[in-house]
Design a protein around this ligand. Structure first.
Ligand code: ADP
Ligand code: ADP
Length: 239
């Protein structure tokens, strides 16, 4: 079956905002699916729901099948294993999710330590390797986030997302906070890494040109629903 299958997903926030209103999506292994839609249409909510990273006030219904297993009903222990290793998320603006007071190498090593029985030294070596894979010298492991450029910080986030060899990467506006030149570099890096490592990609952006460059299928969201879905070139022709 497909790697990811979302069935009739609904998410309502505490105050009553119906952020996702019946989304169905299918992503086969090796596919790159783009999710487009204007700000506020529910894209980030969908991304966070995939790993149950929403605030406790959010109510969810439907199914999120990752490799056939429902993320919404799985036990905590299993969910912890699925986070980072089954799927991992690259968020917008790396400053958001990098801890400002920890060296970036330690932060990349964290999911490695969480998931494998590896020693701290082995996790540090892995962090260095991952930094090189995303185009930074391993020595930058000792840097703090504020000592890096925006593009370098986003490379660190990508390294962290790769830490546990996930089958799926969810990239939520991965280039939105960056200069146009750097955006293109980061998109090429993501494309190259998912191709080399055979990782499936769910890329979210309000910017259609970003998705057109990278994805083979496209879903367009509007007000919490997918209103159009198909091969990227067809969806663009209709737009
Ligand atoms: P997008 O990623 O497409 O910009 P979001 O998923 O962030 O959309 O938001 C969808 C809707 O849910 C918006 O109306 C937004 O204001 C609301 N929303 C998002 N996060 C929260 C939250 N933590 N609590 C309450 N409402 C939220
Ligand atoms: P905590 O402070 O408990 O780490 P977080 O909100 O940062 O809280 O993370 C909640 C859970 O989700 C943790 O198990 C964490 O390892 C996991 N997690 C955090 N960020 C990501 C991500 N980008 N991809 C996959 N799993 C993540």
């Amino acid at each position: 079956g497909p790697l990811l299958e979302v069935r009739d997903l609904h998410v309502t926030y505490g105050a009553g905002t119906r952020a996702v209103r019946g989304v169905d999506l299918t992503l086969s292994a090796g596919q790159k699916l783009g999710i487009a839609g204007e700000s506020g249409c529910g894209k980030s909510t969908l991304a966070l729901a995939l790993l149950r990273l929403l605030p406790a006030s959010a109510r969810l219904s439907g199914e999120i099948l990752l490799d056939g297993e429902d993320v919404l009903t799985m036990k905590w222990g299993r969910l912890r294993a699925v986070r980072w290793a089954g799927a991992s998320i690259v968020f917008q603006g790396a400053m958001h999710s990098l801890n400002p007071v920890h060296r970036v190498g330690e932060q990349i090593a964290e999911p490695v330590l969480l998931h494998s029985g590896s020693t701290a030294a082995a996790a540090r070596r892995r962090a260095g390797d991952l930094l090189e894979q995303v185009g930074l010298p391993a020595g930058r492991a000792d840097a703090y986030p504020h000592e890096l450029s925006g593009g370098q910080r986003q490379r660190v986030m990508i390294a962290m997302a790769l830490a546990c060899d996930p089958r799926l990467i969810v990239a939520d506006e991965p280039t939105t906070a960056l200069d146009v030149m750097i955006q293109a570099q980061i998109l090429r890096l993501i494309e190259q890494l998912v191709a080399d490592k055979d990782i499936s990609l769910l890329m979210i952006s309000h910017d259609l040109s970003v998705l057109a460059d990278t994805c083979d299928r496209l879903a367009v969201m509007y007000a919490g629903r997918v209103v159009e879905e198909g091969p990227a070139d067809e969806v663009f022709t209709d737009a």
